[in-house]
Unconditional design. Structure first.
Length: 603
């Protein structure tokens, strides 16, 4: 959805998130050639739910169907017509396809409450579709982002006739939406405006200049984040409700599977996400929890594809993401792959050739696909690079600290200052940035708020595949603040490629569910373990750049460092944070990178 939301939005990744969640604009048009099979349409079908609410469906059927067929459906808050091209494609390739508006949106009855009702409603829809004369009793779900989330939410209800799900870029409440690491996005109200009322609101949602301007004005006036909905002109009960749940809790937990649900899952699942997918954190959380709690049989039926894509690219790949171009192999025909998947799981067809193993991942730089039995089995070694700064000064990309193989023994700590009232960063965000993956403006303009570390040039091509881990020993003089960390590849010609990022609110350093404010002066180890998964072959001579700072941007809920309720803080609560990062014998701050064998199995 936003991803997320997700997951990376700041320091070169920010604009990927803005306006990306619905991902409906880049769907391929269905071919209208006369040689293709024709379809029949059932418009305005009303599906009754258990509470007497009726949701609306548009049903596409092959015109020449001689017997009942499997049914695939998408459950969407983005209005059924937005997925017309997909429905047309599947109906022309042997499936009945139903586009269903979630309750309270489009032509469906009821009240829309984001994420809250999709599980039960999905169950009822599956079972109603299975009873129709044009269905052979097998029902599957397809879709991405929100329509990826609601597949998992439906699956936890275990409708008997649900045969398969294919969630792409699935948002996970409490993980990557409406916040990431308990830090809310300004994007939340943009998305809620898109899904307000019953109409599409797509033009307003996509008017990025309006949203950038309003977020910036709100930021410059130092208004509480809780007032953002009113400030943009759309007071939202859903926005305020989310703010009342600032951490993962029972409200969020009820929307997604728990450990006992995962243990019972046995249907075939095809999960899809991307290196730059805003909802990668959500998609991989669903996947990893199934791998952790699922049965051997259930795990064996779950396949994962990790492409070099952004959020929209998980349904319609493009060869470029934020200025970074990929090889022709990245252009997987996902429509065909989905059809092959449904043929295999619901029509006794052959297993899709693309799925050589349970995990397919694309190695950028090498521009090829590789395969593995699990995500954890890809990286062959963990390489640790220690942070160091001989003179205790690492505040600039041109006067940076170092990432070195040997731990420092006697090393002066580095310092930076985060002043919530310093508005200079806003000058970098006057307009939407297109080349978000290669842009360096945030890394080169820290204004004293941040630290930079560079590795030595790599002596040979090196494949990094997996999740990074940063362990930073930090002291501060305020009870709370936020951190962001971004890792880049700096190529021999000076080109920058954003690889992955992570965030943390200091009060949640030990648990996302329970806060513990920082005692000023104490030194804590902050473990950043939720970097986006990526795979890239770094070229010989490239270096890694690590940037650590405190986010101060119109795109995020601002932490004013007071230790109070962050969404209610404003200028009157602002406290200047003096941050000290230690890297000595007692405080071995380090970046752990997963290195994979370049010669491992590849297509």
């Amino acid at each position: 959805m936003r991803r997320k939301i997700h997951q990376a939005i700041i320091s070169g990744l920010m604009a990927i998130w803005i306006g990306s969640f619905p991902a409906i604009a880049r769907q391929p048009a269905a071919s209208l050639e006369s040689s293709k099979p024709e379809i029949d349409l059932l418009w305005g079908i009303k599906i009754p739910l258990r509470d007497a609410v009726k949701v609306n469906a548009t049903v596409y059927r092959p015109k020449q169907m001689k017997a009942p067929l499997p049914v695939v459906f998408t459950l969407t808050p983005y209005i059924a017509d937005s997925y017309h091209d997909r429905a047309y494609y599947f109906a022309r390739h042997g499936y009945v396809f139903a586009l269903v508006d979630v309750r309270g949106r489009g032509n469906s009855e009821g009240r829309f409450e984001p994420f809250a009702n999709e599980g039960r409603d999905g169950y009822d829809i599956v079972e109603w579709l299975a009873r129709q004369p044009w269905c052979n009793g097998k029902v599957a779900m397809w879709g991405g982002s929100y329509a990826g989330f609601d597949q998992w939410s439906t699956l936890k209800e275990f409708p008997p006739h649900l045969a398969s799900i294919v969630p792409a870029a699935a948002a996970h409440p409490g993980v990557d939406f409406p916040y990431f690491q308990n830090i809310f996005y300004s994007y939340d109200i943009q998305w809620l405006t898109y899904t307000s009322g019953v109409t599409p609101n797509g033009k307003l949602f996509g008017e990025s200049s309006f949203w950038l301007k309003k977020f910036r004005e709100h930021y410059l006036e130092h208004l509480p984040f809780s007032e953002l909905d009113k400030f943009v002109g759309n007071p939202s009960e859903h926005f305020q409700n989310w703010l009342r749940h600032p951490t993962p809790d029972g409200y969020m937990d009820a929307m997604v599977p728990n450990s006992s649900h995962y243990a019972k899952i046995s249907i075939p699942i095809l999960s899809i996400t991307g290196h730059y997918d805003d909802d990668q954190a959500g998609a991989t959380t669903f996947y990893r929890r199934h791998m952790q709690y699922g049965s051997a049989d259930g795990r064996a039926r779950h396949y994962l594809i990790m492409g070099p894509w952004d959020h929209a690219g998980t349904r319609t790949p493009t060869r470029e993401v934020g200025g970074l171009k990929f090889g022709e192999a990245s252009m997987v025909d996902l429509n065909k792959l989905h059809t092959d998947w449904f043929d295999w799981t619901m029509k006794a067809g052959k297993k899709p050739e693309f799925l050589k193993k349970r995990v397919a991942y694309y190695v950028a730089g090498a521009e090829k696909w590789k395969y593995a039995d699990s995500l954890e089995g890809i990286a062959t070694t963990k390489r640790t690079l220690y942070l160091d700064s001989p003179d205790g000064s690492a505040n600039d990309a041109f006067r940076s600290g170092m990432l070195v193989a040997k731990q420092a023994v006697h090393s002066q700590p580095d310092h930076y200052i985060y002043d919530p009232l310093d508005l200079r960063r806003a000058e970098l965000e006057r307009e939407e940035v297109k080349n978000t993956t290669t842009d360096q403006r945030h890394a080169l303009n820290l204004f004293g708020n941040g630290l930079v570390y560079h590795s030595e040039p790599f002596a040979a091509d090196t494949e990094i595949t997996g999740n990074l881990t940063l362990r930073a020993w930090i002291g501060m003089d305020v009870p709370d603040t936020d951190f962001q960390v971004v890792v880049y590849e700096i190529m021999p010609d000076g080109t920058s490629v954003a690889l992955s990022s992570d965030f943390m609110r200091a009060r949640y350093r030990e648990s996302l569910r329970e806060q513990r404010l920082v005692k000023p002066g104490e030194i804590n180890c902050y473990e950043f373990k939720t970097f986006n998964y990526f795979s890239r072959r770094l070229t010989k001579g490239s270096r890694l750049r690590l940037v650590i700072s405190s986010p101060n941007t119109p795109q995020l809920e601002k932490n004013y460092n007071s230790g109070g309720v962050v969404s209610q803080e404003s200028a009157k609560d602002a406290r200047v944070a003096h941050i000290t990062l230690y890297h000595d014998a007692e405080h071995p701050s380090s970046l752990e990178i997963p290195v994979a064998s370049i010669d491992s199995q590849a297509r």
